[in-house]
Design a protein around this ligand. Structure first.
Ligand SMILES: [Zn+2]
Length: 235
């Protein structure tokens, strides 16, 4: 089998092209960086491959974005002085060991006081903080849903918060139910607002097509930059 390899740049996307003795064109996006690889039969011309990639740009971009959104912050140890994010702001964790009800409190716009019982380990500390994040997030969501229900003319029957690995939210259109990622508690409120709109706009249009994007453009012209910020990893 003969193999030839070259690079091709289409729009702002670099594609590794591999020509070999195969029948069909294969296009793939690889984690973690979203490297794009195109395998193609020897007989297909450069120009045809370029056109092929141009037609798939939307698909490629979507996969690159998904891959980048899976790049998460490093694991936390829940120790003194560690950085933790709340509503898009960074705080330094301050552990207070006290034999009373555990609590979390933001102090002086700088510290996140985490009160735990003496000997509470990493997983216990994590669980307390997650509960606090969950409560905060759950308070913020209903007003946003209400706002977008009015603006979009749709109705949400049910919503929930859960930890998700690869998505910021999801929408079960048939049940008119939306799910939001617990991690959004760490992001700024305008990014949460975007995700709520994103999911609710699916009640108008299921697919991420032009009709769907027109809904976002109309109601939140800055949605693209918000989406970009969401997937930035900040340490
Ligand atoms: Zn969507």
């Amino acid at each position: 089998m003969s193999t030839k390899q070259y690079d091709m740049t289409v729009s702002d996307i670099q594609v590794d092209v591999i020509k070999k003795d195969i029948k069909n064109i294969h296009l793939a996006v690889y984690p973690p960086t979203g490297r794009v690889r195109l395998s193609a039969p020897d007989s297909v011309s450069k120009e045809s491959l370029r056109l092929f990639v141009v037609n798939k740009l939307g698909w490629i971009r979507k996969h690159i974005r998904n891959m980048k959104s899976q790049v998460r912050e490093p694991d936390r140890e829940y120790v003194q002085g560690e950085s933790h994010w709340v509503d898009g702001n960074r705080y330094l964790l301050n552990i207070i060991e006290e034999d009373s009800k555990p609590s979390v409190h933001i102090r002086n716009k700088q510290y996140l006081d985490l009160k735990v019982r003496p000997g509470a380990d990493k997983s216990k500390r994590e669980a307390i903080l997650k509960e606090w994040y969950r409560d905060r997030l759950k308070e913020k969501i209903p007003p946003l849903i209400e706002k977008w229900e009015k603006q979009l003319g749709v109705e949400v029957n049910d919503w929930g918060v859960r930890q998700m690995k690869t998505k910021w939210g999801s929408c079960i259109v048939d049940d008119q139910r939306i799910w939001l990622n617990l991690e959004l508690a760490k992001k700024s409120p305008d990014l949460l607002d975007y995700v709520v709109l994103h999911e609710m706009a699916h009640l108008i249009e299921r697919k991420h097509n032009d009709r769907y994007k027109a809904v976002l453009d109309k109601h939140m012209p800055s949605w693209r930059s918000r989406r970009e910020s969401l997937n930035e990893v900040v340490y």
